[in-house]
Ligand binder design. Structure first.
Ligand SMILES: Cc1cc2nc3c(=O)[nH]c(=O)nc-3n(C[C@H](O)[C@H](O)[C@H](O)COP(=O)(O)OP(=O)(O)OC[C@H]3O[C@@H](n4cnc5c(N)ncnc54)[C@H](O)[C@@H]3O)c2cc1C
Length: 384
């Protein structure tokens, strides 16, 4: 009989995983406590990373770039092909340039240095005092559309997607999870859902959800603030030519420019607010990249939490990449449950592929992942 998997979490990781597993022929139910993408995934910069931001770690940069290429191939309709530009504004940025170019080459990311004049011709709103500029293959996306495309593709392979269905407990017996306890927040009824395997893909909430089963997940919720300005000041993504830091990026979407971001660590991702000083810092740093931003009205301030991987206790985790981890809960008494944390929106398909491999191996399913080659359904097919 076809094995059944419950995926908890309707962000990009859970959505990509539901698709990966359904494409392998498994019966999948996805549970999301709110609306689709209502966690971190719906509140990002919407930057399809080229990997250049992370070149100090060549492995992570390569991973981003190769996923950037895969996503554009399987769903060209989801990504704006605007590219990005890294800009040196001060001497410290300029000193970083040679290291940056060398590492991009090592990671195999195609970049091109352009003169100050050419950069300003391409992007007239950049700081006119810029000292160096490099074009990179960044892109942008609407997060909700990407998540819905993964879910539409999963639904077409029989997956059952249930937003507004919150996991409130687990039934664990004899070293196995037998069922999740679910509250349907629309009908206000509670029910149990049995399955052969359970995956906790709840990002920054992974620890809270795992605790409901008496398990632990070493996730460190790390919020970041973003400021959306009323006006588009560029075509490409503007990046500061330096190590990643606060307020070093401006991402343009339709008629909006989003300045990001900051970073700190919290215990509870449900209790996060945007500190006023972070907003001021972002506006100040944004002006250094593009002075014209000082003339724009702040349309919105938003905040969300990265699901950073904390230290993995020996033997409980299986780090499959330097940027994300699959936690095997069998040693804690839940042989048929795993959690997946970390990564980036850009690398969700890869995280799902690796998690799918893990689940398939546990269930004795030999069908490999096919998400890297199979075209994604359009996002609107989710509603059909
Ligand atoms: C400020 C900021 C900017 C970022 N910008 C980018 C970017 O531009 N590009 C990029 O590639 N990456 C970016 N990232 C990283 C990226 O957004 C995250 O790594 C990614 O969205 C995490 O997705 P996820 O599905 O793992 O988690 P989430 O999207 O948080 O999904 C987890 C889901 O689980 C649900 N859930 C929680 N508890 C329960 C429960 N009990 N029952 C059922 N469901 C539950 C939540 O409601 C949530 O929807 C950014 C991150 C931050 C913080």
């Amino acid at each position: 009989m076809t094995k059944k998997v419950v995926v908890i979490g309707g962000g990009v990781t859970g959505a990509a995983l539901a698709y990966d597993l359904a494409l392998r022929g498994l019966r999948v139910t996805l549970l999301e406590r709110g609306s689709i993408g209502s966690g971190t995934s719906g509140r990002t910069h919407g930057l399809l990373h080229s990997g250049c931001r992370y070149v100090a770690d060549v492995e992570v940069a390569r991973e981003c770039y190769s996923e950037n290429v895969v996503l554009r191939r399987i769903a060209p309709f989801l990504f704006e092909k605007n590219g990005g530009i890294f800009v040196a504004v001060d001497e410290s940025d300029l000193e970083y340039k040679d290291f940056f170019l060398k590492k991009c080459e090592e990671a195999g990311i195609p970049v091109k240095e352009v003169s100050r004049e050419e950069a300003l011709k391409l992007e007239p709103n950049l700081n006119p005092d810029l000292k160096a500029a490099v074009l990179v293959p960044d892109g942008t996306f609407d997060p909700l559309k990407v998540i819905l495309s993964f879910l539409a593709s999963a639904k077409q392979r029989g997956a059952d997607i249930r937003p507004y269905n919150e996991v409130v407990g687990f039934r664990v017996e004899g070293g196995e999870v037998k069922a999740v306890k679910v509250r349907d927040k629309v009908s206000l009824r509670e029910y149990e859902l049995e399955a052969d395997f359970f995956v906790n893909a709840t990002g920054a909430w992974a620890k809270k959800v795992a605790r409901l089963a008496g398990l632990d997940v070493p996730v460190k919720p790390s919020p970041g603030v973003m400021v959306a300005l009323d006006g588009r000041v560029g075509f490409r993504v503007f990046n500061r030519l330096n190590k990643p830091g606060d307020g070093d990026i401006i991402v343009h979407h339709r008629g909006t420019s989003v300045i990001g971001t900051t970073s700190w660590v919290v215990e509870d991702p449900d209790k996060v607010e945007a500190p006023r000083e972070h907003v001021e810092l972002l506006l100040r740093r944004g002006r250094e990249l593009a002075p014209v931003t000082s003339k724009l009205r702040v349309k919105a301030v938003y905040v969300s939490s990265r699901p950073l991987v904390g230290s993995l206790p020996a033997g409980t985790g299986r780090e499959v990449s330097r940027s994300f981890a699959i936690i095997d809960h069998s040693r804690e008494g839940a042989g048929n449950m795993a959690s997946v944390i970390g990564g980036k929106f850009t690398t969700a398909r890869l995280m799902a592929e690796k998690t799918g491999d893990f689940v398939a191996e546990r269930l004795g399913v030999s069908t490999p992942s096919r998400t890297a080659e199979t075209p994604l359904a359009p996002y609107w097919a989710y509603f059909t």
